[in-house]
Write a protein that binds this ligand. Structure first.
Ligand code: G3H
Ligand code: 13P
Ligand code: ZN
Length: 314
């Protein structure tokens, strides 16, 4: 059984100057695409489930699909993680459901309140052998009720606060707002990340694993296919892969990717429908989508530097 927490993965990633890919899963095809990529590349893996994924597919279906992946690949360390848990109760439920890692995202709250709820989640999770990711600063995308994409630079994580936050909460890793945002429209002009924020936090918290959300690159191949076959995403823009590789060499040990999976699947489905308008067998369009996800994830594992690192993370 290779269902693991993230402690060893992050320790090795930090030392080795690479990052672990944390991929969001919503159904069987997405999971299979990701897992076949990591099996071929022998990479450690974090599969994450958002609240949206839970309400779409239910925990029992997603957990069962992930359990099959874990059983089929005993030589690959796989962590199963709650992405953006919003309350103590949500996190508790995922801990009780056998997740090995949870994220409490109380970053919308004031610092003291964020500390309070994170600490409570840490206490419960650690008592059950589960690690906790917390968040400081605010990203765009799903948190846009708080921060618009234009305002991101004003909401970066504060290095002084980060040290205090980690000390007060005992969290195991910290998602730091460093200029990324969720979704396919991350930048309006030149993409720019606040590497100085990552550096400053790393200098104050040596060895402590940081997490980068909103790390999809909006790959040209899929953007072009989507736009060619009836989609309308000309202004989509992601984080350049060179920036992801650079962050992975720093204290960023976990890199979250969802949008690139969605775009790969959507691009292939659009292509099949456009080229074969009489097709109506879901296997004939979900299959190519799954294959596109596999190829894309294989490529990402090299961008992150974690290909071939499965054994050392066991
Ligand atoms: O954090 C954002 C992920 O892309 C999950 O998005 O809540 O729509 O599943 P979702
Ligand atoms: P993207 O939208 O850039 O894929 O980010 C996903 C994410 O951060 C999930 O928590
Ligand atoms: Zn996120």
């Amino acid at each position: 059984m290779a269902l693991v927490g993230t402690k060893k993965m992050f320790e090795m990633a930090y030392k080795g100057g690479y990052a672990i890919g944390a991929f969001n899963v919503n159904n069987m095809e997405i999971t299979q695409g990701i897992v076949s990529a990591i099996a071929e590349e022998k990479a450690p893996l974090i599969l994450q489930v958002s609240r949206g994924a839970r309400s779409y597919a239910s925990i029992s279906y997603l957990k069962s699909i992930i359990n099959v992946a874990v059983e089929e690949h005993p030589d690959i360390p796989i962590a199963i993680h709650l992405d953006h848990g919003d309350t103590f109760e949500t996190c508790k439920q995922f801990v009780d459901d056998g997740f090995t890692s949870v994220m409490i995202d109380a970053s919308k709250q004031a610092f003291d309140k964020n500390v309070e709820v994170t600490k409570k989640v840490v206490e419960y999770s650690h008592a059950n052998g589960v690690v906790v990711e917390a968040e400081l600063g605010q990203l765009g995308g799903i948190e846009e009720d708080v921060v618009g994409v234009d305002d991101i630079s004003k909401h970066l994580a504060d290095p002084e606060e980060a040290v205090e936050f980690v000390k007060l909460t005992g969290c195991d890793s910290l998602a730091v707002a460093c200029g990324t945002s969720h979704g396919a429209y991350k930048f309006k002009s030149e993409p720019k990340l606040a590497f100085d924020v990552i550096e400053k936090i790393a200098a104050k918290l040596p060895g402590f694993p940081l997490v980068m959300h909103g790390s999809s690159s909006v790959l040209k191949e899929f953007k072009d296919l989507i736009n060619k076959y009836g989609g309308d995403m000309p202004d989509a823009m992601g984080v350049p892969e060179a920036a992801i590789s650079q962050a992975a060499k720093m204290a960023i040990c976990k890199v979250n990717i969802d949008t690139d999976l969605r775009m790969a699947l959507t691009a292939k489905i659009r292509q099949v429908f456009a080229e074969q308008p009489r097709e109506f067998d879901p296997r004939k369009y979900l299959g190519p989508g799954r294959e596109a996800i596999k190829d894309m994830v294989k490529h990402k594992l090299h961008v992150l530097g974690c290909a071939g690192k499965a054994a050392e993370c066991m």
